[in-house]
Design a protein around this ligand. Structure first.
Ligand code: SF4
Length: 320
């Protein structure tokens, strides 16, 4: 197996609040991401998905664990290494309009990261690349002189994607990139990302609470719950036969396009699974036990290890 592009090992992140409480945002998270792979990270709001992205970007310190990039441990004190890392890893954000500077033209928004991180390319080449990128994401280069507020949400996200691609990154972190868009636009942006992923052999970490979108785009899926990994599997395996009870509940919540099937789905959903517990006071043992339809006494006392089962990993006492 070749060396992974990114390796997260036993990463834990906690935040100390002014109240004196400690919020455990991530606990013992480990996974690898290989070049050209698309890994989906799914879970409800508040389960640690965005904290994971911020920990990878070194925007929040890990209380424990390591993050390796191309085999080397990331260290914020190593300025040259961090600059190379920032050039290699770009982001696409949830709110496309918020992510673009309203005082800059669209052309400047796309050129800015190249001017900052690839000045050696020169002015003319940077301008030409910005035009080519705008076309690659389905916009016209003639739009370069307009401002972000003149574009729709979907168009702004296309600009955000062009900006993320600008410096030829090796990894793009996509943090809920389609959740702020209309349903009709979502499919177009997902199709665009899939095309660009194939064309540029991009490596993507795709964070989403929408398992329907993840299924279309991702090779593997990592399921997070209250900051812990519940299951990691190939997309095909996970959707065909989810092993963890939480994964099963997430999949059961995907709406179906056929009205008859949707009615049957709603009727069959397990009710009364409750709210996500507070990460300020996570449940003992298996953190999923208060909502788990299969929970037993041992689940309240013992944290299940993330066990390897063939190609996948699952954290449940009763999965064999
Ligand atoms: Fe449910 Fe117990 Fe498995 Fe946790 S360990 S997912 S509570 S059965």
């Amino acid at each position: 197996m070749p060396q992974p592009l990114l390796a997260v090992q036993n990463c834990s992140v906690r935040f100390s609040l002014k109240t004196g409480q400690v919020l455990q945002a991530l606990t013992d998270v480990s996974f690898k991401l290989h070049a050209g792979e698309t890994l989906g990270v799914v879970g409800e709001s508040g389960c640690g998905k965005s904290t994971l992205a911020r920990a990878i970007l070194q925007l929040v310190p890990a209380a424990q664990g390591t993050i390796h990039w191309q085999g080397n441990s990331l260290d914020v004190r190593d300025k040259p290494a961090m600059q190379a890392f920032r050039r290699a890893v770009q982001c696409i954000f949830q709110d496309p309009l918020d992510a673009l500077n309203p005082r800059m033209t669209v052309g400047d928004c796309v050129q800015e990261p190249m001017q900052a991180l690839r000045p050696e390319w020169g002015k003319a080449a940077i301008r030409a690349r910005a035009d080519a990128l705008l076309q690659a994401v389905g916009l016209e280069s003639a739009m370069r002189n307009r401002y972000p507020h003149e574009f729709s949400g979907g168009q702004c996200q296309r600009i955000g994607i062009a900006r993320a691609l600008a410096v030829e990154p090796q990894l793009i972190l996509c943090d809920e990139p389609v959740s702020a868009l209309d349903v009709s636009i979502r499919g177009q942006i997902v199709a665009l990302l899939a095309d660009l992923q194939r064309e540029h052999k991009l490596t993507l970490l795709f964070i989403s609470h929408d398992l329907g979108v993840v299924r279309e785009l991702c090779d593997r899926v990592l399921v997070l719950y209250l900051g812990r990994i519940m299951e990691i599997a190939t997309t095909a395996e996970l959707y065909a036969a989810p092993l963890h009870p939480y994964t099963r509940l997430l999949l059961a919540a995907i709406p179906l396009p056929d009205p008859q099937q949707e009615k049957a789905r709603l009727a069959g959903i397990t009710v009364g699974v409750g709210e996500l517990p507070s990460p300020l006071k996570p449940p003992s043992g298996c953190v999923f036990h208060p909502r788990c339809p299969q929970a037993q006494a041992v689940c309240r006392e013992q944290v299940p290890a993330l066990r390897q089962l063939g190609e996948r990993q699952v954290a449940c006492h009763f999965t064999v």
